[in-house]
Design a protein around this ligand. Sequence first.
Ligand code: SF4
Ligand code: MG
Length: 316
Amino acid sequence: PLDGAEKLANLVGANNREIRVQATDDVSLSLNRGEVLGVVGESGCGKSTLGRTVAGIHEATSGDIVWKGKALSQMTSRERKAYVLAVQMIFQDPFSSLNPRKRIVQAVSEAPVAHGLISRRERDDYTVEMLNRVGLDPSLRDRFPHQFSGGQRQRIGIARALAVNPEFLVCDESIAALDVSIQAQIINLFMDLREELDLTYMFISHDLSVVRHISDRVAIMYLGRVVELAPTSELFAKPLHPYAEALLAEAPDLRAGKRTFHPIKGEVPSPLNPPSGCHFHPRCPQATEICKAVKPELREVAPGRQAACHLLSDAA
Ligand code: SF4
Ligand code: MG
């Protein structure tokens, strides 16, 4: 249902001054219902911006998002409101989005009440239902956020998102701050919810082993562009793009349970001033002259596999 979100821009504020960074550019992805799309890359590659744009938190400066056949730019305000509810974001730190002075029952029920999904009278029962759904003891609903552990707070964050009946969850490093044993529990919760509620996920993470475990397909991003997009098992068996290859090679102990990759040689260049042609050329061991001059397009290079690299020939 999602398609053609290109040239997305990130607005970051220092002293509330708006700086426009072309953090993601020419991103074109589509997801199928019920699918988990993993999005990986080093920090600063535009993963979060992509997620926030998809969730309607950032506005795309050009290009569009197509949801169930309708472009965001063509939607009436009513349709747009429905889209914003249908796509919910789960952040790394749910605590920052939970008001410390509000009880859990308020945190979970305020959006559905505000959007007319439930009445005020139904708040309590509805919260109990949502907390049960995420495996939290509903008798704790009158407590405040600080009375919960990190894992419990993430469950509250998920309950809050589920309370508006989403169809699509964008998870941005949603388990990164949790202990490994808790991470596994939250991942299992996400996967159970996928079954129960027919949810679709964009799962943004720097953790290759987690992404490999839960994703149907993986998009590898580099400096705002998707450089490879492939079914998970095929990607891990044989990455095609030199950056994907380097990322996976830097995680040799993936099987031994080592959880994160080391950044590959050289710094990630600033998205304010990205290298010409292929953004990866200054770090690419296989770069040639054309790589400095011409931007490689993301295209099908083998059946079901897309990559953006001059070395790879067009499957068509
Ligand atoms: Fe390397 Fe050139 Fe391919 Fe970019 S286009 S990844 S620089 S070979
Ligand atoms: Mg990020």
